[in-house]
Design a protein around this ligand. Structure first.
Ligand code: UD1
Length: 422
């Protein structure tokens, strides 16, 4: 059984929204708390479903976790357990980020592999190769990553692709390794910078933060800290696109506009007026947006997590857009749902070609992941009639207070929970 949204199209979104801390940061920062015995406090944590799930993983490892509004407090014992079992991790992939901290603290880790993912295959080969380079053995056994090491020794590691998760796991293992580790072709997403900043506050020695080469000089101990989670650029960018699609006017607060340079530039190319502030931005769209081409790439490229929104915008823009997906191969699956809403779109390998229409037409659609779900809601806002978006629990995983925020901006959305059938 799942919940669905009824989205009534036609409203122009106008007003102000406040964006909380980033999902893709807070989960890693929670895992990083394992690196130090004692109490770590995270503020500006988003109230999304994945935070309690991560709390469950950490509790399974012996930590005490308390969530009070936007504050997450994690008390880590002197010797955390090293086995994150399937029950704790099965619901979401980000749990894999306990691998690095467990190797750092315990020199052992057994982390069950999460299930399949709707956006494409998500192997862990680079995570494992990185740990091996630091001197660990790492295999997959009975559905778990099993890693162990006598000692972890700094090494020169070059990633084949700037993987966010591999960079984070290697970084968190390296901060307590003996000697110096370099990670070349490291991911440099703002969430990685946020993690580096917290690790440095804890006493880690990291150079090159924000660059493609991280140099980590291992230390013997880290101390717990208090850290403010960086604002969620993907949620912020979603509202920016929502303004452009609905020909609205939205002021977004709680995010560094520099983290959305390309996203905001693309909105300007589509005809929006974008104003940037220290704590956010404002997007005003007068008239129909015009088509723009977009290709996803690791940061500072256009985020793959914004690709469904870029497609949504293209479906109602004037002209033909080409959207190219370079990070997750299966992310275009949701385009079929957009076609159900009347989008003139077709995909070929990495590319989607979309000829914009004036208006979409309402239909029942299914969300397959967080971002696809939100992309479909945005499409429902520019469709005539009432669009039913099914499986909206995905959206709960990444967008705090989504219906409330959308309603406050003038959007018409209602959540329906079906009664169980006997
Ligand atoms: C993180 C984000 C996700 C975002 C993605 C890319 C979290 C919880 N999730 O996912 O929202 O879309 O970054 O910005 O932070 N790959 C390998 N081998 C590996 C690791 C990755 O081949 O060992 C491939 C993946 O299949 C994918 C690409 O590298 O094609 C990028 O993945 P990665 O950057 O690792 O994404 P995640 O950390 O899983």
């Amino acid at each position: 059984m799942s919940d669905r949204y009824l989205v009534t199209g036609g409203a122009r979104l106008v007003g102000e929204v406040f964006v909380d801390g980033a999902k893709n940061s807070v989960l890693k920062l929670m895992a990083a708390a394992l690196l130090a015995e004692g109490r770590t406090v995270l503020t500006n944590a988003p109230q999304i479903a994945d935070v309690p799930l991560m709390a469950k993983v950490l509790r399974g490892l012996g930590a005490e976790v308390e969530i009070d509004g936007d504050v997450v407090t994690i008390d880590v014992p002197a010797e955390p357990d090293f086995h994150a079992d399937f029950d704790a991790v099965k619901q979401f992939r980000a749990s894999v980020c306990v691998l690095g901290p467990l190797m750092a603290r315990r020199r052992r880790a057994v982390v069950a592999l999460p299930g399949g993912d709707a956006i494409g295959s998500r192997p862990l080969d680079m995570h494992q190769a990185g740990l091996r380079a630091l001197g660990a053995q790492s295999t997959i056994e009975h559905g778990c990553v099993v890693a162990s090491a006598e000692t972890l020794t700094g090494a020169a590691i070059a990633l084949e692709f700037p993987s966010v998760g591999a960079t984070e796991n290697i970084l968190m293992a390296a901060v307590l390794a003996d000697g110096v580790t370099t990670i070349d072709n490291a991911a440099r997403e703002p969430e990685i910078i946020d993690l580096c900043e917290m690790l440095i506050q804890m006493g880690a020695r990291i150079d090159g933060v924000g660059s493609p080469t991280l140099t980590v000089d291992g230390v013997t101990d880290l101390t717990p800290t208090r850290h403010h989670v960086v604002g969620d650029r993907i949620v912020a960018g979603t509202w920016g696109v929502a303004a452009a699609m609905t020909q609205g006017d939205i002021r977004v607060r709680g995010v560094d506009p520099d983290h959305l340079r390309l996203v905001l530039k693309k909105l300007e190319d589509a005809g929006a007026d974008v104003e940037r502030f220290d704590d956010g931005f404002r997007v005003v769209q007068e008239g129909r947006p015009v088509a723009v081409n977009t290709a996803t790439l690791p940061y500072p490229g256009y985020p793959t997590d914004m690709q469904p929104m870029a497609i949504g915008l293209a479906t109602v823009s004037e002209g033909m857009s080409m959207i190219t997906e370079n990070v997750f191969e299966a992310r275009f699956r949701f385009v079929e749902e957009m076609v159900r809403l009347g989008a003139d779109a077709r995909t070929d390998g990495h590319h989607a070609v979309i000829r914009g229409v004036e208006k979409l037409s309402s239909a029942p659609v299914w969300s397959s992941d967080i971002r696809a779900g939100v992309g479909l809601v945005l499409a429902g806002l520019v469709a005539d009639g009432v669009t039913e978006v099914h499986d909206v629990e995905h959206i709960d995983r990444g967008y705090p207070n989504f219906e409330e925020q959308l309603t406050a901006l003038g959007g018409r959305i209602e959540r329906v929970t079906d009664a169980p059938v006997d």
